[in-house]
Design a protein around this ligand. Structure first.
Ligand code: HEM
Ligand SMILES: *[C@@H]1O[C@H](CO)[C@@H](O)[C@H](O)[C@H]1NC(C)=O
Ligand SMILES: *[C@@H]1O[C@H](CO)[C@@H](O)[C@H](O)[C@H]1NC(C)=O
Ligand SMILES: *[C@@H]1O[C@H](CO)[C@@H](O)[C@H](O)[C@H]1NC(C)=O
Length: 501
């Protein structure tokens, strides 16, 4: 027994040395960006980064300027903070930056999905086909139906008109958008009561997973939480199982197309279930939170609410619910709402914070807009965090933390697309959907469903905050970098359906 001590000790030293040595030995080479390894071996700055990515990156930018490399858990990340220099990274004409490799590892860990050759490309072609153009028009109809079912109940207007109801706004929006989105994409059937129950149960589980998600990705869960995540994952695989779905109802053409591809590639049914889980996450994790922020901004800015309602009346006419009927709405009107579009764009600017990651698979030289050249090392990761470097840049968006509903409108009322940094026109003036090869393929559907929901809410309901003076809650700092942010706490509001004809 006594002998084991030194042996284990030596082994430990060897392992720790093996893990940390590359970090300890790494030096900045000429032409490389400033290197900040942090004080902890291997971990580097991981703790500060995970605690509050936004504040951490602000500090690093103040310290090092627009390009710098930091160590985070044994991996080196080079952040580029000058949006005028994003072009070459996003276009990647040299083909030295790789999105798929990093994404593969992440989805295996988070969803259990083992990526197959060509699936990334396939997701994008499925989405071009079914989440845009005519495919989107069909889905909008389904979505309006689902929203009616969820908001009004299976019998039509079960809400009881003219009676005020109180609820929590974040939960209200998330729950409605999730259930409507889920039913529309995953199981659109005629068995409405059943559908509602299943969607409700799925949402409850989804929120549990959602709350653990950031710390799960960062491997910071305690043992009990870790077990819980495993349980939830298995449950989603079961609830979204491809075997069940074929009997239970009809999935969207989007999902059908993708699952067919997987079948043709010989992917097992169990792995297809995991793919479904990944798609549920991608399609339902952001629309609810974004709609919450949009409605809250409207409730806190009466002039914006007035403008949105006025526009809605213009494009839809006076809308009135028919007794015991679903919502009826001219879907073509979704194309003619510049004011609401500006509200959505402004909401996403203020609250969507994606991180764009690319693995450098061959040494790469970035030529910045300033003309300066930087060398990125093979094996490192290039990262963009446009929330800080674009959305909050006061040069591009004056008073960047203020909600201005008409920020994306020209004086003549058309959509504004001209924004400038240092006098130069900037192409990527907001990036809520990511950009380049990894841009969100569901962005058009996302916008339609959120706009549809908000239009229904502002045209058919009276809405007010329980406490009109309640401030807008801060963003939960753990969620920086993961798509749309969430509030640290919910906000109470009340709503009342306009009486039917
Ligand atoms: C407000 C709502 C949404 C936001 C802010 C959003 C944002 C994003 C972002 C930033 C990415 C890129 C992630 C990366 O670079 O790694 C992404 C990917 C993706 N999104 Fe969205 N999204 C939204 C809604 C949707 C919806 C409604 C769908 C589908 C119906 C969808 C489907 C996807 C898919 C499938 C991917 C992965 C694409 C790939 O593998 O390249 N998203 N989303
Ligand atoms: C699936 O769709 C078909 C036609 O689109 C319809 O006849 C059938 O009833 C649907 N199945 C379910 C379970 O709703
Ligand atoms: C609507 O439905 C309720 C109960 O389901 C019924 O009492 C009422 O008469 C119906 N109204 C109309 C106008 O059909
Ligand atoms: C509205 O104004 C923008 C610039 O301010 C201009 O580019 C656009 O052509 C105008 N549109 C119309 C319909 O006048």
């Amino acid at each position: 027994m006594v002998l084991w001590g030194p042996v284990l000790g030596t082994l430990l030293v060897v392992i720790v040395g093996y893990l940390c040595l590359p970090g300890l030995l790494r030096r900045r080479k000429p032409q490389e960006p400033p290197l900040d390894k942090g004080t902890m071996p291997w971990l580097g700055h991981a703790m500060a980064f995970r605690k509050n990515m936004f504040e951490f990156l602000k500090c690093m930018r103040d310290k090092h300027g627009d390009v710098f490399t930091v160590q985070l858990g044994g991996q080196y990340f080079t952040f580029v903070m000058d949006p005028l220099s994003f072009g070459p990274i996003l276009k990647d004409a040299q083909r030295k930056l790789d999105f798929v490799q990093y994404a593969k590892e992440l989805v295996l860990k988070v969803f259990g999905y083992q990526s197959v050759q060509g699936d990334h490309q396939m997701i994008h072609s499925a989405s071009t086909k079914h989440l845009m153009g005519h495919g989107l028009e069909d889905l909008n109809e389904v979505m309006l139906d689902s929203l009616s079912l969820i908001i009004l109940g299976p019998q039509g207007q079960s809400l009881g008109a003219s009676c005020w109801r109180e609820d929590c706004l974040f939960h209200f929006c998330y729950s409605i958008l999730f259930k409507a989105g889920y039913l529309s994409l995953f199981r659109y059937t005629k068995g409405k009561e059943q559908d509602l129950l299943q969607a409700e149960e799925l949402f409850t589980k989804f929120r549990k997973f959602d709350l653990l998600f950031p710390r799960f990705v960062y491997s910071l869960l305690g043992p009990l939480e870790w077990l819980e995540v495993g349980r939830l994952q298995r449950l989603f695989h079961k609830m979204l199982s491809v075997n069940d779905n074929e009997e239970k109802g009809n999935m969207s053409n989007w999902l059908c197309y993708m699952l067919q591809f997987l079948r043709e590639q010989g992917v097992s049914p169990a792995m297809q279930d995991k793919f479904n889980f990944m798609m549920l996450w991608a399609s339902q994790g952001n629309t609810g939170p974004t709609s919450f922020w949009a409605l809250l901004f409207l409730l806190k800015h009466p002039e914006a609410m007035r403008a949105v309602r006025e526009e809605a009346t213009q494009v839809l006419g006076e809308v009135r619910l028919q007794a015991n009927k679903s919502f009826v709405l001219k879907l073509s009107a979704l194309q003619r709402t510049p004011v609401l579009d500006s509200v959505m764009e402004e909401t996403l600017r203020l609250r969507a914070s994606p991180t764009l990651l690319r693995v450098v698979h061959e040494d790469y030289t970035l030529k910045m807009a300033s003309g300066q050249e930087y060398l990125f090392r093979h094996g490192d990761v290039v990262a963009l965090f446009p929330y800080l470097s674009v959305h909050m840049d006061p040069d591009i968006h004056p008073e960047p933390t203020t909600f201005k509903y008409n920020r994306f409108l020209n004086p003549n009322g058309s959509r504004k697309v001209d924004f400038y940094k240092a006098g130069k026109k900037i192409h990527h003036y907001t990036m809520p959907w990511g950009a380049g090869v990894s841009i969100c393929p569901g962005r058009f559907l996302a916008l339609s469903e959120m706009k549809l929901f908000i239009l229904l809410m502002v045209t058919h309901f009276d809405l007010e905050l329980v406490d009109p003076d309640t401030p807008i809650p801060p963003v939960d700092p753990q969620r920086w970098g993961f798509g749309t942010t969430q509030p640290t706490h919910d906000v109470r509001f009340r709503y009342r359906l306009h009486p039917a004809e």
